[in-house]
Write a protein that binds this ligand. Structure first.
Ligand code: BDR
Ligand code: CA
Length: 314
């Protein structure tokens, strides 16, 4: 059973991912050892309170939720309120959580849980990578302690979603992403190339909206906000639940298709800062960087049906 530490910026698709993880926990198919939040869609404290709210609604208690870094390593902070709402949850007005946030900071939590579970921890990251980058600086042995790092981020052949080439999670902290992709640990990267084709629409959204449970009603209302934000991009009624694909590939890698390539982050480009660059040449010149396993596609039906069943089953 995977032992997961979830690092996120909750966020609508992060919240959908929490619901998916909650269903795995209830089914005894995954352990969630902790959640850490980072700046990104919202500030990290709001993201942590959102996380607690969603976990409580899904009937999950006892998972420590740690607030993380509030600023990127080398640039000003930006939030994505236009995509996720001022509250990060599509302005759904969930009640304040009853539980407390952890006293530990998210990067320290990463180091503690990796040390307590050597070789076992899956780090699932669906926000900017500042907490992971900070944890690498806190403990240089971290790469030897973690089983796998699964990241939603980047764009290769697909256009960016913040600038022409840059995807949000990498663009929010390019220096941290470069640290994570350049470290000697097994990284699985789930970029826009893999997530965009999984956009949910029509029948999927109708089945969610027709289901009579508190969680389904919440998910459906939250996604309405996201659908409106996606209208100019998708040009149809739908939305991309990026982060849940990364979570599903962490648990069930067989539903993905991958290539293995060294990945770098552009840190200086005038128009391309925050862009992910892969080396697709058959013979890269003596690249000593460990290749990243990059998802380039997935079994879309399996992803959509599994996610819907998870949310309806809570
Ligand atoms: C990523 O950016 C965020 O807005 C989403 O939550 C997702 O993690 C997609 O680029
Ligand atoms: Ca996210």
């Amino acid at each position: 059973m995977p032992k997961i530490l979830f690092d996120c910026d909750t966020g609508i698709d992060d919240a959908m991912t929490l619901l998916y993880l909650a269903s795995l926990i209830k089914a005894g198919e995954a352990e969630l050892l902790g959640v850490g939040t980072v700046h990104g869609n919202v500030d990290p404290r709001s993201g942590a309170l959102n996380t607690l709210r969603v976990l409580e609604m899904a009937g999950i208690s006892g998972v420590p939720v740690a607030v993380g870094t509030a600023q990127p390593m080398a640039q000003p902070v930006h939030y994505a309120h236009s995509f996720h709402g001022a509250d990060g949850l599509g302005e759904t007005g969930l009640p304040v959580p009853t539980g407390d946030l952890s006293d530990e900071l998210a990067p320290a939590q990463i180091v503690r849980l990796a040390r307590a579970n050597p070789g076992e921890l899956t780090l699932l990251a669906t926000g900017p990578l500042t907490n992971l980058g900070t944890a690498l600086l806190l403990d240089p042995e971290l790469p030897t302690l973690v089983r796998e790092v699964v990241v939603m981020g980047g764009a290769f052949d697909h256009p960016g979603n913040v600038t022409t080439h840059a995807e949000a999670n990498v663009w929010h902290d390019p220096e941290a992403a470069e640290l994570v992709f350049g470290s000697d640990w097994p990284v699985v990267l789930v970029p826009l190339d893999a997530t965009h084709p999984t956009a949910v629409d029509g029948d999927w959204l109708d089945r969610l909206a027709a289901h009579d449970s508190e969680t389904a009603r919440f998910a459906s209302r939250m996604l309405e906000f996201y659908i409106a934000a996606y209208a100019p991009t998708l040009k149809r009624r739908g939305c991309v639940i990026h982060d849940a694909l990364a979570a599903m590939l962490a648990v069930d890698p067989a539903i993905g298709r991958y290539v293995e390539r060294p990945v770098r982050v552009e840190l200086r480009g005038e128009f391309t800062r925050g862009t992910t660059v892969w080396d697709a040449r058959a013979h890269p010149d003596d690249d000593e960087r460990r290749p990243v396993k990059v998802a380039v596609g997935s079994d879309i039906k399996a992803f959509q049906e599994t996610l819907l069943a998870a949310v309806l089953g809570l």
